[in-house]
Write a protein that binds this ligand. Sequence first.
Ligand code: SAM
Length: 518
Amino acid sequence: MKLPDQFQENMKRLLGEAYAPFAASFDAGRRNALRVNRLKLTSEQFEAVSPFALEQVPWAQGGYYVDYRDYPGQHAFYRAGLYYLQEPSAMAPAQILPAAPGDRVLDLCAAPGGKATELGVRIGGEGLLVANEISSSRVRALKRNLELFGIRNAIVTNEPPHRLQERFLSFFDQVLVDAPCSGEGMFRKNPEAVATWSLEKVKECAAVQREILPLAADMLRPGGYLVYSTCTFEPEENELAIWHLLLRRPDMELVRIDCTQGRESFARAYSAGELAEKGYDLQGYPLPSGSPDLTCAVRIWPHRSGGEGHFIALLHRKETGIADCGLAQADRGKKKEIRKGRKEQGKRASAVSGSGSLSKTELQIFSQFMAEYAPDLSIDLRRCEIRDAHVYLMPEDKLNLSGLQFLRAGLFLGTFKKNRFEPSQELAMALPPAPDKERTPQTVPDGADAYEDDGRYLRFPADSDLLNAFLRGETLRLKEGGRNGWRLVCASRWPVGWGKLAAGVLKNHIPAGWRSGT
Ligand code: SAM
């Protein structure tokens, strides 16, 4: 791989003697990985059903190295949202943010959703995830990936950071800023990034990062945590971006990232002194006294770890009374109170203008449907809203989104059509797996495939040709008809979409945009 001369110079200055193994890593193969959706199954369950050879990514819960020659992106389990294909180092930032169930979390630069999907897993069904993306073309993939993962309590917005900052001052418990950057860490993965790299690009990205970071800090509540990450090596976009923020925001402090428990191969970021020694331009950064301990942050180097280049810093917004910058007890205790207040607030607020409650008849039809097909999904009917015959499940923690561009304010559950309820693809993806009972597959006409129909779940083996035909959008003719009605079609136990059975013919209700090859 031919690297830009100026980039090579920069890396020699940064790495010194370690430059040789770093440069050699560009000729070595990179490793691919997937991250298990622990909302749908545990890592152990995935290991038991995985058709691919797996090797654990040491620093990522649910992260496994896989061989992409096994085509994990084309497997029915991918379509069932059981995993996300992700570069191994990119798994770290969302796992370093101490997000927990009940938290309000913001992913400010979220598309296509690699980190947002993990944040959705970490908060589970409780709390709120706001996944924002500035680019109107990239935001669609973000919405799709959150839906594929079955994340119910996510809102997807399409705004520049300053527009969110005006609305959500001190609002979030956790904020992730996976900033736009010069992408040096992805040179092996994406050779186009090499072609578009320049010193000007580094400077442009550094300017954007300095603009975004204080806005993100404004949206963090006192006591909350912020992760800043990039996939580039330049100190200008990493240590100095953080230092720049800390100089202007005395309420923010760095938290040391723990480099044990699988993170042993991470390298400490450079200290202020080291950067000065290496001759970086530190004009405007007061040295030696008053410099923050930048070594609290980490770098993932491709020659030291089984992953591409990344930088990660964890920051905390100070709160009077909390002296310790770790996960202070006082902070944890207070969270309970904060959540109680939010529930009360949520009951009063309305998130989508023009939406209303379901009528008595609609409520009856809808409850009947949910009782039959989604009995394991605890849906609070008071959180369901209807707009233009479309039913949405709103997050417990409602937001006023009026005036903001958003693609999703809650989970789209389905549509009323002449007093019938037609369930959505998004609902299918958010439903729990079929019960894990002994399967007794029946044989279909050509004998080549098997399925099991219990009148609610229609289960196919994950490698079934029939299932793949269904995923392409085909209508299926089943030998054993079964009662007429909706079927939740599953790859093994995990839903992939709805079909409607009538006289042995399964009509395909996977929307056009969700079918294979579309
Ligand atoms: N977090 C994502 C993931 O894990 O899938 C990747 C995010 S990518 C590194 C950075 C994102 O920042 C891009 O989607 C890009 O469109 C967005 N971006 C670009 N300029 C921006 C700006 N000025 N403010 C906020 N976001 C910006």
